[in-house]
Design a binder for this molecule. Structure first.
Ligand SMILES: Cc1cc2nc3c(=O)[nH]c(=O)nc-3n(C[C@H](O)[C@H](O)[C@H](O)COP(=O)(O)OP(=O)(O)OC[C@H]3O[C@@H](n4cnc5c(N)ncnc54)[C@H](O)[C@@H]3O)c2cc1C
Length: 326
């Protein structure tokens, strides 16, 4: 198949602006476009795509928007054929998106429709078709080569710095959705968590609790600290599996991958599968009563004590500091 070196990047939006999660993928897209000698196209799909296009255009790339009936909800079955068609029309060499739940859902279908190989959860670019990606819970960094003409790649959000707007805005074009066939899939409902806190994957500060919190009601004290710090709350899989907290709080290999400025792990042992989701955090603080807990091996600051002792003191100190700032 003839390709033009173009990188087609699916970006997500909230209201009239891009999701923070999409910004690292733009950095990836710029580098991939440079490696392929082509341009970068940002693709927005769904309600509000045209409203968010102006924000997307500030990143200096060409912007395509697709809206219309049948695209009200982000169904991979309806989105994938549109992305694949536009990729063909543009002669795209690379089709990519951030490895969010939307990206992970839609991209493999796009790859199948384009008969393209796919690199998942890419953490580095080593060549036009060669990428780095973590395997075995991050213990192996694999270098993989995609041998097909078109490369489909999902990008690990924490591995690339967020892109910044550039001076010149790119052109915005609305593209027809074309016939939409959900192939038997139907949108049923969306259970969005109703929280004033930032998204886990967007938060600069995360406070996470583990099995050592023992009961769901004990997470209230973690929530108090989280809200004082203006952060998001996370958990280990042991805590979510035990039903102490909702499963969308899970951080780790099979949960969310995060890299905030500050990650406070409370009563979490630090199993490799948990570390796989948070060890890229800038500053890691661990509170654990067991001095041998593996979390202390990755922590910048560690408190060997129980959360019952540490958290009330920490909360009181943060309150004092905040009061002093007022
Ligand atoms: C395929 C696979 C995928 C997985 N994916 C994930 C994943 O995505 N995310 C994830 O987190 N796990 C994942 N796991 C599970 C992982 O292996 C661990 O079982 C889990 O992370 C342990 O959670 P925890 O640290 O909360 O619990 P534990 O290992 O039981 O640790 C609890 C800790 O709390 C401490 N503690 C107890 N009481 C107190 C107290 N009062 N004050 C202070 N500290 C206290 C203890 O000293 C202990 O270190 C996965 C496992 C597998 C096999």
């Amino acid at each position: 198949m003839e390709t033009s070196g173009t990188v087609l990047l699916l970006v997500e939006h909230v209201g009239d602006h891009l999701r923070t999660a999409s910004l690292p993928a733009i950095t990836f897209g710029r580098e991939a476009a440079a490696r392929h000698g082509g341009g970068l196209i940002l693709l927005l799909i769904g309600p509000g795509a045209s409203a968010a296009a102006a924000d997307a255009a500030t990143y200096g790339a060409q912007v395509l928007t697709v809206e219309g009936p049948g695209l009200e909800h982000p169904l991979a079955e309806t989105w994938a054929p549109i992305i694949a068609r536009i990729a063909r029309e543009q002669g795209a060499s690379v089709v990519a998106a951030t490895a969010t739940s939307t990206g992970k859902d839609v991209l493999p279908r796009v790859a199948a429709l384009l008969d393209a190989g796919m690199a998942s959860d890419v953490t580095g670019i080593a060549g036009p078709r060669t990428f780095q990606r973590p395997m075995q819970a991050g213990n192996i960094i694999a270098r993989i080569e995609v041998a097909t003409a078109i490369v489909v790649a999902s990008v690990r959000q924490t591995a690339f710095p967020p892109a910044h707007p550039v001076g010149a805005a790119g052109a915005i074009t609305a593209v027809a959705a074309g016939p939409i066939d959900p192939r038997g899939a139907a949108f049923v409902s969306l259970s969005a968590s109703d929280s004033a806190r930032p998204e886990l994957t967007d938060a600069k500060i995360i406070v996470s609790g583990g099995r050592g919190m023992r009961e769901g009601k004990n997470f209230k004290i973690l929530e108090e600290l989280t809200d004082l710090l203006g952060g998001a709350i996370g958990a280990s899989r042991a805590a979510t599996d035990a039903g102490l907290v909702p499963s969308d709080w899970q951080v780790g290999q099979t949960g969310k991958v995060v890299a905030p400025e500050l990650y406070i792990a409370v009563a979490i042992s630090g199993a490799i599968q948990h570390l796989a989701g948070m060890k890229g955090s800038k500053v890691i603080v661990a509170i654990n009563k067991d001095p041998e807990a593996p979390i202390f091996q990755v922590a910048d600051y560690g408190l060997v004590t129980t959360w019952e002792v540490a958290l009330p003191t920490l909360i009181a100190e943060v309150k004092k500091l905040k009061a002093a700032q007022l």
